[in-house]
Design a binder for this molecule. Structure first.
Ligand code: MG
Ligand code: MG
Ligand code: MG
Length: 306
């Protein structure tokens, strides 16, 4: 039996870097841990690993009989299929509490702050373990990604402080410029299929029995997708069927204009309109100021299914 550390399906940078940073901390504390991932990495995560020489965690999708730490999720729909047959030693997360439960007591670090890696930074501080330069750099960029360079309403003082301290450790002075480079890498859409675009940051939620899928594309200029909306809608319809969803939302988030273009395919569009206080036109709406799925979308959508 081994111990693995991994993040959610369709892994983002927080999930991949978190597996690396939390495994290293655990190893320093004398607990042998292996960082893994549940899926392919994004262009953004590739940028982060290349920048700081990080090693890609191994792909592993089955964990029956193993010990595990979960990072950046606590939701069954984002977990490996056989998670119920694994022993969960701990959860480090910054989302709403999911439905994963355990048979044994566990270590839990769940806080309403901007990034799981900020929590991992606090764990290093708590245990007085030094963070190596390369891991500090990756953690810094994961936090800058999750907080959209501090613009997201999920961002807290704890996150900005962590970034500054990690920047000092990894020796990057202009961390905002580096984060901008990262978002440019993340914004590349040329040649990507509609399915790739629709699932880059795709999560499913069980909202009182109704399955809702939400994808978010964070870009420096969403007009790059202006002539691909039809194609995205066609694929959203297929994805809705594939995953038996009541509703699928795609948020095209413009991090410069600071808002999201919402695309909707739903059995009942009025629920989405009521939740987000908007009027859809051709199943679309511009949501000014909306940058965060977890804080500005899910909390309002969930009550519509009560
Ligand atoms: Mg995540
Ligand atoms: Mg996160
Ligand atoms: Mg994100």
């Amino acid at each position: 039996m081994s111990t693995y550390v991994f993040g959610h399906i369709n892994p983002d940078s927080d999930s991949i870097v978190g597996a690396i940073s939390l495994s290293y901390l655990k190893n320093q504390l004398g607990e042998e841990c292996i960082p893994t991932r549940q899926g392919d990495i994004t262009a953004e995560t590739e940028f982060i690993l290349n920048k700081f020489g990080g090693k890609l965690p191994e792909l592993k999708t089955s964990y029956a009989g193993e010990k595990v730490y979960l990072i950046d999720f606590s939701n069954t729909l984002e977990a490996p299929k056989d998670i119920a047959d694994a022993t969960i030693l701990g959860i480090v997360d910054h989302h709403k509490l999911g439905d994963i439960t355990t048979d044994t007591p566990l270590e839990c670090w769940i806080r309403p702050i901007g990034c799981s890696n900020t929590i991992v930074k606090e764990m290093y501080d708590f245990h007085k373990v030094e963070i190596p330069k390369d891991i500090a750099g990756m953690m810094m960029l994961a936090i800058l990604s999750d907080t959209v360079i501090f613009k997201s309403p999920t961002c807290t003082k704890v996150d900005t402080k962590a970034v500054k301290e990690l920047a000092a450790i990894c020796g990057v002075e202009d961390y905002k410029a580096l984060a901008m480079e990262m978002f440019i890498a993340k914004s590349a859409v040329k040649g990507a299929s509609a399915r790739n675009l629709n699932t880059r940051d795709y999560k499913m939620f069980d909202m009182n029995g109704a399955k809702v899928g939400i994808n978010q594309l964070e870009m420096i200029d969403i007009s790059a997708l202006d002539d691909r909306k039809e194609e995205l809608f066609e694929d959203m319809k297929k994805l809705k069927e594939d995953d038996s969803l009541h509703t699928i939302l795609v948020l095209l988030t413009d991090i410069i204009k600071e808002g999201s273009q919402l695309l909707v395919v739903s059995d009942d569009e009025s629920k989405v309109e009521a939740a987000l206080d908007t009027k859809l036109q051709n199943s679309q709406a511009w949501l000014p100021g909306v940058l965060s799925r977890k804080k500005q979308v899910i909390p309002f959508l969930q009550p519509q299914f009560k």
